[in-house]
Structures are given as C-alpha cells and as structure tokens.
Design a protein. Structure first.
Length: 293
C-alpha cells in the first residue's frame, strides 16, 4: 500500500528511478489505468499487478536507467507466451523521475491519502485490535476508539490512529460523510449508544456491531422502547462478518468483517483518478500518442 511517508522515503533514497504507468488496459488485466510503480536499480515501490508483466516492466525500466536506447512505451499481450494468461493487453509508459514528476507523485499520493474514507473501530479489545490490523493493509483511514487508556496504549498496529475519549458517541457526530462505524466495545450499553448515534447518520456507509442473535434482538427492542426509532434497525449489520462461518477467533472475525466493510466502503467511492503523472492523457486520432502504439 502506498503511504505518505513511504513514497517520500523511497524517492529521497534513490538517485534515479523510472515511473511506470499502465497507460492502457484492454480485456482481462491485473490492474487498470490507475496503476503505477517506481523502479530504481535495486528497489521498487507500488505495483502494476505482479507476475511476468511486472518482471518485464522492471527489466525494461532498469535498461533505461543504464542508458539503453529502449522505447519509453511497451504493449504487452497477456498470453501463454509470457506465462500470464489473463487474456487482455496492457500498455505501459516509462518516464524518468525528474523534480517535477517527483513533486507530482508526492502531491497525488497526499491527495489520495487525504481522501481515503474513514473507518471508526470502537473498542480496542482482541477483536478491535485484530480488525485494526486487517484494515491497516487497505486504503482507508482507520481510527481505533476506546474509553480505556491502558487498552489503547497497548495497541501496536502501524498506520492507524487511536482516539481516547470518555464519550465515543461524540466521535460519531464529527465523523466525515461516508464513514464506516464498527462497534465492539466491552460494554453492551455503550455499544447500543454508539450504534444508535451511527444509525442516526444517513450518510454512514456502514454501521456494524459485534454480537449474537440475543444481542441483536435486545438492541432492536431498545430502539423501539427507549429511542422510539425502530426503523433505524434495518441498517444495522449484526453480527459483523456474517453468519456463514461459525468461528469466534478474533483474527477470523476481523478478516470477515474487514471484507464486509471494504465492500461497503468501495461501492460508494468514486472511481479513482487515472495515474499519478503530471499530465492528463489526451485522446488523439490513431497516432504515436496512442497507448497501444
């Protein structure tokens, strides 16, 4: 996953590198035209899909770094002859990273990170920690919220934020639109309070709560009796992760819930921008600027 600190660290540590972008993708391909990677003499950053396609790109980029008179564009059919039977076709563009390109890459990376959807995980217990770890691997901004300082201080998940607060429901109120809320605290009453607050936000993309059939029924009755808003219940995912797999181990629950959350998050996100270059592709009549030349 591309990270703000990582791209700066990579670029500052390499004397020269090549930006490789997927400039065209037709048929079945490992990645689309939002994919890119950086290649230096010894290292790589990000990915265009792996496999033989990526090996060929790395080899070609390193030839360019050595001064070879190689083309700055490649068109690669993904057939049996290269051992990658996707059946599609990929066009790659190669560009030496100069100061202007470097600044554009960093700006694009910062913009992408700043626009990531927020996922709030309430409860830093065993399942909360496992879920935070699972979500740390995907492009979301994960915030682990708890009322207990000692629980949060024990968290050692890279790439996530922690929030210590006596009123976790207040965190729900100030969350940006499109946020996801996952509720698994140590206290059922607190779970209900946070869930009711999250369900009251029509712009939430996901509201899930850990629990059993009994807890689900109790929460529904509470919404009817005390909150007088039973209609909110229809938007609640409980238990998180579904019921098909009967496994209560924290890591398993976290993996299932993370897939469920990401499905909700990504289906409401706009399609990502084309590629992190300094120019936008211009459509021309079939000439040398075509990605398929």
């Amino acid at each position: 996953m591309t990270d703000r600190a990582d791209i700066r660290q990579f670029l500052s540590g390499e004397a020269a590198c090549i930006l490789v972008e997927v400039s065209g993708a037709a048929g079945s391909t490992p990645r689309d035209t939002d994919a890119w990677m950086l290649i230096s003499e010894e290292r790589t950053f990000a990915t265009i899909g792996g496999g033989q396609l990526e090996y060929m790109a790395i080899d070609h980029a390193r030839q360019l770094l050595k001064g070879a008179a190689a083309d700055d564009r490649l068109t690669i059919p993904l057939g049996p002859e290269i051992g990658q039977c996707c059946g599609g076709r990929v066009a790659l563009a190669f560009k030496a990273v100069d100061p202007e390109t470097m600044a554009a890459l960093i700006e694009r990376s910062d913009t992408e990170i700043a626009s990531r959807p927020h996922v709030y995980v309430f409860g830093a217990g065993h399942v909360g920690d496992a879920l935070a770890m699972a979500l740390s691997l995907v492009p979301v901004r994960t915030v682990l919220v708890d009322t207990r300082a000692h629980e949060l201080s024990a968290v050692c998940v890279p790439g996530i934020e922690t929030c210590l607060t006596a009123m976790p429901e207040a965190v729900v109120r100030v969350a940006p639109p499109g946020s996801a809320f996952v509720i698994l605290t140590h206290d059922h009453a607190l779970d209900f309070l946070i869930a009711a607050e999250a369900l009251g936000r029509e712009d939430a993309c996901y509201v899930g709560m850990i629990g059993s059939k009994t807890k689900r029924a109790t929460f529904r009755n509470w919404l009817w009796r005390d909150v007088e808003r039973p209609e909110l219940f229809d938007r609640l995912i409980c238990p998180i992760g579904g019921t098909a797999v009967k496994d209560k181990r924290p890591a398993v629950i976290a993996a299932l819930a993370a897939a469920e959350i990401m499905t909700a998050v990504l289906t409401q996100q706009p399609k990502r921008a084309a590629a992190p270059n300094v120019r936008k592709p211009v459509k021309r009549k079939a000439d040398s600027a075509s990605p398929w030349r």
